[in-house]
Design a protein around this ligand. Structure first.
Ligand code: FAD
Ligand code: NAI
Length: 510
């Protein structure tokens, strides 16, 4: 009895302490303290974007050093790795976004967050022009501001290769609205197939989902679609579920070229078991309203009827990026994006523009991991630069005082020695400030492939550790849960996972 009493009390105390701790942290997140106001004496950093690179920068940046302005058409950060889960209703769209103000309100100095789209960067006059492109506009909807430093993190847009019909008929998987649209259209295909009197041929077409692009986005999305089918649709649409087909089309000889051969084979065999067809060496040539045109490995061209095409065929630079690069035509010639030096400074911009993430052309893959490390690096470097600027100013001031004392007869030797010592100390501190080039530390690649399985290529003791399966899936979930930026998002995502385990995914169509 004693043991049970002790166990009961300990459990109760642990639960109360955990609940109290949780409440304390949430309230601290909800009620940030007062902030320092804008300081006209400080330099101004303008940040373009609120994605992986910009958000990581904002989280790390010491705003005591600068005035900061953030401009982005989205007033939130989107956790892209979990976007395919939103597309099939595993996660609620709001669970994977974080308002940018939730981050900036916790900074030491006020940060101005402006929901607007930057339309022009003038690297000579150091200005950015932006417009309010939302539905509701006020009397002023366009303006230009100046910057001392610009952190350029506008990401990339979907690459369509100008293939006919892609923009008109395919569904992308880049923004939150894309995932919501896909969920709606997918359920529309299913409900239309269930319409009384629908012919067998038409049902087959409506229930054929074609995913274009065998990169991680296409693979993860196919896996999520398969889960939706197995876990939920089979229950609610028993007469149709067996007719749903998923085809993954990839132009290259294999899917997931960035993963090790062993994991590519594992993915292919898992997809085979899941009845997801993979068509490699097959190129989409056109997308039509009710079909997709494929060029097969033998170069023959076939038109395959389908209900929906999901386009995950990679990225290309945004127009504003191309326009900015065109202003430095001799140095910015890389078609993949902005060329930067070892310090992430845009070549040809005179040291005032830092470019990070998917808008750059570097030796790194365009991933969240790279963008967030670059953002944090720029924040640390800007802090070093602020320290350096302050010391340069201090040395200058002390040198001026020293020179003045030298010509003043009344100045004592003690006074002169003290100023000399202070000047030397400031110079020593200045010499210690070394700006180090960006170094990327690869934490490994992870991807979900459906059926509660994930694959992981992890760096291990100068080599590589490849793993796939259910344990890797649990690792995938915990890795992404811990990577989410806030306790709020972690709680929302974890709750969604529990809800789906208990009640399944919602099949209603908004
Ligand atoms: P983004 O995160 O795309 O942010 C760009 C920001 O700029 C956005 O806030 C946008 O609104 C804003 N913007 C756009 N135009 C303008 C403008 N004119 N003016 C001002 N702001 C503008 N990577 C991984 O490492 N692991 C993963 O598991 C992973 N999963 C992914 C899943 C999906 C479905 C997708 C699409 C991508 C995934 N990625 C993953 C890749 C990762 O999302 C990108 O590499 C990352 O988002 C790049 O960060 P970024 O800051 O450069 O751009
Ligand atoms: P991607 O560029 O990696 O893959 C696109 C694929 O589409 C390519 O393999 C390409 O050959 C194929 N393709 C292009 N045009 C085609 C056509 N007409 N017909 C058939 N196939 C065609 O793009 P993705 O998957 O969107 O990834 C973008 C970036 O985001 C990558 O760097 C990726 O590593 C990263 N990412 C990482 C994830 C992870 O680590 N889990 C998840 C999603 C994205």
């Amino acid at each position: 009895r004693n043991f049970l009493q002790i166990l009961g009390r300990t459990t109760l105390i642990t639960v109360v302490l955990a609940a109290g701790g949780f409440y304390y942290v949430t309230q601290k997140e909800r009620h940030p303290g007062a902030q320092m106001p804008f300081d006209p004496e400080k330099k101004t950093i303008v940040v373009l974007g609120s994605g992986w690179g910009a958000t990581s920068l904002l989280s790390t940046l010491d705003t005591a050093d600068y005035n900061v302005v953030v401009i982005s058409p989205k007033n939130f950060f989107l956790f892209t790795p979990l976007l395919p889960s939103v597309a099939v209703g595993t996660l609620n769209p709001r669970s994977i976004i974080q308002p940018t103000r939730y981050i900036t309100r916790h900074k030491a100095r006020q940060v101005s967050v402006i929901e607007a789209e930057a339309t022009d960067v003038d690297p000579v006059n150091k200005t950015v022009t932006f417009i309010d492109n939302s539905d509701i506009k006020g009397a002023v909807s366009s303006t230009t501001i100046s910057y001392d430093y610009l952190v350029y993190g506008v990401g990339a847009e979907v690459q369509t290769f100008n293939i006919p019909g892609v923009k008109e008929h395919a569904c992308f998987m880049k923004e939150l609205a894309d995932a919501e649209r896909m969920q709606r259209e997918f359920m529309d295909c299913v409900e239309t197939a269930a319409f009384p009197g629908q012919e067998a041929k038409e049902i087959d077409r409506l229930l054929h989902m074609v995913v274009v692009g065998g990169g991680p986005t296409g693979v993860e999305l196919s896996g999520e679609l398969h889960d939706f089918l197995e876990d939920d649709l089979k229950m609610w649409y028993p007469e149709l579920a067996g007719k749903i087909r998923i085809t993954l089309v990839e132009a290259l000889p294999s899917v997931l070229p960035m993963f090790s051969t062993q994991l590519i084979k594992y993915t292919e065999s898992t997809f085979k078991e899941s009845k997801i067809d993979i068509l490699t060496k097959t190129m989409v040539k056109a997308v039509k309203e009710k079909a997709v045109v494929l060029q097969m490995p033998d170069k023959s061209v076939v038109e395959v009827p389908c209900g929906m095409v999901i386009w995950a065929a990679g990225n290309k630079g945004r127009k504003i990026t191309q326009d900015l690069m065109a202003k430095m035509p001799t140095v910015q010639t890389n078609r993949r994006g902005i060329e930067v030096d070892d310090f992430m400074c845009m070549k040809g911009a005179g040291g005032s523009i830092f470019a990070i993430g998917d808008c750059t052309a570097t030796s790194y893959a365009p991933t969240a991991q790279v963008a967030s490390q670059q953002g944090a690096y720029i924040a640390r470097m800007l802090h070093q630069m602020a320290k350096r600027d302050a010391l340069v100013e201090k040395v200058g001031k002390l040198e001026r005082i020293g020179a003045a004392l030298g010509t003043t007869a009344e100045a004592t030797a003690e006074e002169k020695a003290r100023i000399n010592e202070e000047t030397e100390e400031a110079r020593r501190q200045l010499a210690k400030i070394k700006l180090r080039p960006f170094h990327y530390s690869h934490q490994g690649s992870l991807a979900y492939i459906g059926s509660d399985k994930a694959i992981a290529d992890l760096p291990f003791m100068n080599g590589n550790f490849a793993s796939g399966g259910v344990a890797t899936y649990l690792f995938w979930r915990s890795a992404y849960l811990s990577t989410l930026f806030s306790l709020r998002n972690r709680t929302l995502v974890a709750t969604d996972w529990v809800k789906v385990k208990l009640f399944g995914r919602d099949v209603s169509r908004e």
